[in-house]
Write a protein that binds this ligand. Structure first.
Ligand code: MN
Ligand code: MN
Length: 460
């Protein structure tokens, strides 16, 4: 009798592995194979967009042009300057009834090259960087790095650069002091031990065979000129970025986890994409947003605050004579972004009861923000109740999550920029260990459940 009371009254979440069967375990593995390929090949927002478009084409999507006629079941995308992507599957209901939107971001913390990056010091050649997003700088030294991006030339040509991804490619590194000589450095705080101006990429050491100055730099420029036809001045109009060169891999003897660079937030981006691909003819129009610039505040032309989104929504509304502000007011948005997983090695920053845990499924964050919920988008209780009901009905393994103890820190996502548009929005995504590190960890089960949760919302 007393046992029943506990069962009925206590909230007692169970590990996801105690809640799925063998078939679903196979589905988890199958899903994660696809995700790992995406993550391995999408190291920048541009590469993520390119990969997503290729996958979308295979799944029956075509590029949307304003004024195009659209029917229920039509599948379209809009490419925002190669850095952000918006995809839609048209529903049977009018857009006046709203859309179901899932929004993730495809940018990730990294080291951008400065616009005048190349220099020689003591017969070694370096590239200066300016870090992008929130990083712990000491994590980025003595890590193999790759160079990705574009160089836009004055003649209008855009040269693609990708060095380090192919096996056999050279890679780059930022050096650190040996412990033998690091007595002074080791007295500094972890925030001060490695500085932003100190994050310079070692890229060469062999001098050009002449008598002039900067001979190593000259030799490197000559190599770059041979391969890409660029000169030093062309760096002015380049977007080159150093990202970790680690391959995505399974982690743990049981292979239950995935380690890789950029899970935040490509893990949710892939979940949305795959879910959208699995939608046929939905009731409400389904949208998948892959945004850029989330890690720097969602500003700018490719960030979630950009009018590019409103423009696409208005174009979609125009195809059926729907009213944009009605559509937004009746829409629902899953802001699909990662959250901090409870880390047993660092329990002091967490309030264990409220933190998301690995293998407990898709993590719903009712609110984000810092301190007194500053800058939060706080989803209403009604929205949380809606998801509870939907996810339980569709057998999505999910959990509720907060980021750390009160006053320990905090964070934001694109949620508030969607909610500010008068769209009911809630954060939900995959819990991550060592978020923003060059190598982040997620659980396969949580990846799959996030896909399943988004698909449930699309199909509702
Ligand atoms: Mn994120
Ligand atoms: Mn982030």
């Amino acid at each position: 009798m007393e046992e029943n009371m506990r069962e009925n009254l206590f909230f007692d979440p169970k590990n996801g592995y105690d809640r799925i069967d063998t078939d679903e375990r196979l589905a988890v593995e199958d899903y994660c194979r696809g995700y790992m390929d995406f993550l391995n090949n999408a190291r920048t927002e541009r590469e993520a967009v390119r990969y997503a478009i290729a996958a979308a084409k295979e799944n029956g999507f075509r590029e949307f042009k304003p004024g195009q006629k659209l029917q229920p079941g039509d599948r379209v995308w809009v490419n925002n300057r190669g850095k952000a992507l918006m995809l839609a599957v048209i529903g049977t209901e009018s857009l006046d009834h709203g859309a179901v939107i899932a929004g993730a971001h495809v940018d990730a913390p990294r080291l951008d090259l400065k616009q005048i990056p190349l220099y020689e010091q003591d017969e070694l050649c370096y590239l200066r960087t300016h870090y992008y997003g929130g990083i712990k700088k000491y994590q980025w030294v003595t890590v193999p790095l790759e160079l990705h991006g574009v160089v836009a030339l004055k003649n209008g040509e855009v040269v693609d650069v990708c060095i380090g991804r192919d096996p056999g490619d050279p890679r780059f590194v930022i050096t650190d002091l040996l412990p033998h000589l690091a007595a002074d450095q080791m007295k500094k705080t972890m925030a001060e031990g490695i500085t932003g101006e100190g994050l310079n990429l070692l890229i060469g050491s062999v001098p050009y065979a002449d008598e002039g100055k900067d001979r190593v730099k000259l030799a490197i420029l000559s190599l770059l000129n041979d391969s890409y036809g660029i000169t030093e001045e062309d760096f002015l109009s380049a977007e080159l970025t150093a990202v970790p060169a680690y391959d995505v891999s399974e982690i743990g003897l049981d292979r239950s986890l995935i380690g890789g660079y950029g899970h935040d937030d490509r893990v949710c981006a892939w979940a949305e994409l795959r879910a959208l691909f699995d939608v046929q003819v939905p009731r409400r129009t389904c949208l998948c947003i892959l945004a850029d610039k989330e890690e720097t505040g969602s500003d700018g032309v490719s960030g979630m605050q950009s009018a590019a989104f409103d423009c696409f929504m208005e174009d979609l509304c125009d195809t059926q004579g729907a009213v944009l502000r009605r559509c937004l007011e009746n829409s629902f948005c899953l802001s699909a972004d990662v959250t901090a997983a409870f880390d047993p090695l660092y329990p002091e920053v967490s309030e264990k009861r409220s933190e998301s845990k690995l293998n407990y499924g898709m993590a719903i964050c009712k609110f984000t923000g810092a301190r007194g919920k500053s800058s939060t988008s706080d989803a209403s209780a009604e929205i949380v109740a809606y998801l509870r009901s939907l996810f339980d009905r569709e057998k999505v393994v999910w959990q509720l999550a907060e980021m750390g103890k009160v006053d320990q820190g905090g964070g934001g996502t694109i949620a508030k920029y969607m909610a500010n548009r008068n769209i009911d929005t809630i954060d939900a995504g995959v819990p991550v260990l060592c978020m923003h590190a060059p190598f982040e960890i997620v659980s396969k089960l949580d990846c799959y459940m996030t896909y399943k949760g988004i698909l449930a919302a699309y199909r509702d």
